[in-house]
Design a protein around this ligand. Structure first.
Ligand code: DMJ
Length: 676
């Protein structure tokens, strides 16, 4: 057949089936000569190669390959082959230290770079101290001394003067204080990551050890609570979103969809890092590197929750450690949220499908609206993400939301909680500093802080809204307590959510940025709101506060309805204790925080972690069997920071997102690196 005649003779296929050869089986003489000639040439080439290539003659191909790979740069680190390290028979050391000259040069550059930074830092501190001394008198504490000595320790170690080089913890402690300007690109390839597992450390992410033994003990107790929560999650729910501490299994709240995305790992990681639980941190980090992938699964996730917990958590770890894996993962997650912004107004939907990108709003939301606290709580993360990736798309999305809102009418001077993303019209006029509204206001102030004064629009909106909140929402009870009520059209509802208790801290931080004649007022308002929230805790049997509390003729700061009496490990009250402690240094905030920590340990702790309570007014309350991811991210972090010195996450160089993930302040924190 014509088709078979063009195929090679060793095997023929016709229509896919092999056909047995039917020709002669022996070779002719001329064919035998050709075969011999080919074989002879092949053998000659092999022998020639062996004699003429020196690398192969030298005896150790393994060592040579190792040397080539090692010389290729510090990114390709391999352990030396067994007999290379102790000399072996092919030693090619270039210097007395038995070290590659490339690395020597890189190390010298690193040392001189650090020394330059050290000198610059010293000069700066000296100048600052002198300036301060002129204003405040001679008793100015130079709180950079720790940082400088840490840097010196690293320089010594790099110069081989210190045997501490091998202690990972000491390295991490010290590297955490390094000026962030020392990075791989500056020093021709030698990265600190080559020495200490990817940690380059943002400033102020280490330390905070209190000198007072009592406070130190409390801080250690909080760390132990974190360990208990984390270890049980690891044991019973690793890779799941959250832990069910009573039934000892995984749990996924609706906001995470049905895919296991390791929410507690991503959300808890910045706390582990700050608490220096570094082995646990590393385990979580490695899980994220290997497993966090939103391309798998066909579930619907909350845009807001994914932003504050996942993108916020990842960006914070990136800023604190310099590990680019976190930046890449953050961008991967952010990409998944972008389809939600495809609406006629650019106001995003609340929920997005991971697979199809199809987006929608919650069925319960008034007039199919998006929620103010959700689409208004993306700014910090999206702006920072654009700045560190050089991809403007994220920043454009949130700037558009802000511009859109700034042109909207404000009933009663406030933004309602519901906005229809198709029509651009408000839904129900429900205004609140609690659920549905809260973190929108928070992100206006924090965007101003994060931008180091560039985002003037955010400050103006915050200042105006603070006054409107003060006029319309702030109430004074019969007993003299200040609280934040809800407003529905013209009707005041005398109920305050636990969620709204963050406002104590917000007004206190914001007081610095109000006009001069309003500063004191807002600081006092922050203190008063925090006092009220403490009362809501103190008036329960468990000393933990309810989800919402009301003010009536008969009772104040107490929940009235059954469905308001639960406690789901929320952080807002403790968040305000922390901020007020930093701002005022009044010891009562530490005392209140300690009361809350003890109450959590007493009523929420179980063998398998920490659970929420169904009724804070009963000491034997039933438990809800959920360990919230924000318990790790926020509640325990705020408690830990409350019992730490201020040099841990200093608030003049870090701003905490609404999930308590620290993000750097532009221009004030060298961890804020802009890629243009
Ligand atoms: C957290 O996820 C965040 O603090 C958010 O802003 C509000 N709710 C929870 C904690 O209560």
């Amino acid at each position: 057949m014509a088709a078979s005649s063009v195929l090679p003779t060793y095997q023929r296929y016709i229509n896919g089936a092999p056909v047995t050869s039917v020709g002669r089986k022996t070779l002719r003489l001329r064919e035998k000569y050709i075969v011999l000639l080919v074989l002879g040439t092949f053998v000659a080439i092999c022998i020639g190669t062996f004699f003429f290539l020196p690398e192969l003659r030298s005896g150790s191909t393994i060592n040579t390959a190792y040397r080539h790979i090692r010389d290729a740069g510090s990114d390709l680190l391999l352990p030396p082959p067994p007999h290379y390290a102790d000399g072996g028979n092919v030693v090619r050391h270039h210097n007395v230290n038995n070290e590659d000259p490339h690395k020597e040069v890189d190390r010298a550059k690193l040392i001189s770079k650090i020394q330059e930074d050290l000198e610059r830092e010293r000069q700066k501190n000296l100048k600052e101290s002198m300036d301060k001394a002129q204003v405040e008198g001679p008793l100015v504490k130079n709180d950079q001394s720790h940082s400088s000595s840490s840097t010196e320790t690293i320089v010594n170690a790099l110069q081989g003067k210190s045997s501490d080089l091998l202690s990972q913890d000491k390295w991490l402690n010290n590297v955490g204080q390094l000026p962030m300007s020392v990075n791989k690109n500056d020093i021709g390839g030698l990265d600190l990551n080559d020495i200490v597992r990817d940690h380059t450390g943002g400033p102020g992410t280490r330390g905070g050890e209190p000198s007072d033994p009592d406070i130190r003990e409390k801080r250690n107790k909080i760390k132990e609570m974190m360990k208990h929560a984390w270890d049980n999650y690891v044991q019973y729910a690793w890779g799941q979103n959250e832990l069910r501490p009573l039934s000892k299994r995984g749990h996924s709240a609706g906001i995470f969809g049905k895919t296991a995305l390791g929410a507690s790992i991503v959300d808890g990681l910045s706390t582990l890092y700050i608490m220096e639980l570094l082995d646990d941190y590393q385990k979580g980090r490695d899980w994220i590197a290997a497993n966090l992938n939103l391309d798998v699964g066909n579930s619907e996730i909350s845009v807001f929750e994914t932003n504050i917990r996942f993108i916020g958590g990842l960006l914070s770890c990136y800023a604190m450690t310099g590990d680019v894996m976190f930046k890449e993962k953050a961008e991967h997650v952010a990409q998944k949220l972008l389809p939600a912004f495809n609406t006629p107004t650019g106001i995003p939907y609340a929920i997005v499908n991971l697979k199809s990108g199809a987006s929608k709003n919650y069925a319960w939301a008034s007039s199919s609206s998006s929620i103010l606290a959700e689409f208004g709580t993306l700014h910090l993360e999206f702006v920072y993400l654009s700045d560190i990736t050089g991809n403007p798309v994220y920043k454009e999305k949130v700037n558009h939301i802000r511009d859109f809102l700034s042109k909207m009418d404000k009933p009663q001077g406030l933004f309602p909680n519901y906005l229809n993303p198709k029509t651009g019209r408000w839904g129900q006029h429900h205004m609140s500093m609690g659920a549905l509204g809260d973190s929108f206001y928070e992100y206006l102030l924090k965007s101003w802080i994060q931008s180091n004064g560039e985002d003037v629009q955010a400050l103006q909106m915050y200042q105006e809204l603070a006054e409107a909140i003060n006029d319309k929402l702030v109430q004074t009870s019969k007993g003299g307590m200040k609280y934040l009520a809800d407003l529905k059209y013209d009707r005041i509802e005398h109920k305050m959510d636990h969620l709204a208790c963050f406002a104590g801290g917000l007004f206190a931080i914001g007081s610095d940025y109000m006009p001069p004649n309003r500063k004191d007022y807002y600081l006092q308002l922050g203190k008063d709101i925090t006092h009220t929230c403490h009362e809501s805790y103190d008036r329960t049997a468990t000393k933990l506060g309810p989800e919402s509390f009301r003010f009536t003729e008969a009772s104040e700061a107490r929940a009235m309805k059954q469905n308001e009496k639960y406690y789901i490990q929320r952080p807002e009250v403790i968040e305000s204790y922390f901020v007020l402690w930093r701002v005022t240094k009044d010891p009562k905030y530490r005392q209140w925080g300690w009361e809350a920590a003890q109450a959590i340990d007493k009523h929420c702790r179980v063998d398998g972690g920490f659970s929420g309570l169904k009724n804070v007014y009963m000491t034997d309350s039933a438990k809800d069997d959920v360990q919230q991811s924000f318990f790790l991210a926020e509640t325990l972090k705020y408690l830990y920071l409350l019992f730490s010195e201020d040099d841990l996450i200093p608030l003049d160089s870090w701003v905490l997102n609404t999930e308590a993930h620290p993000l750097p302040i532009k221009g004030k924190n060298s961890a804020y690196k802009t890629t243009s």
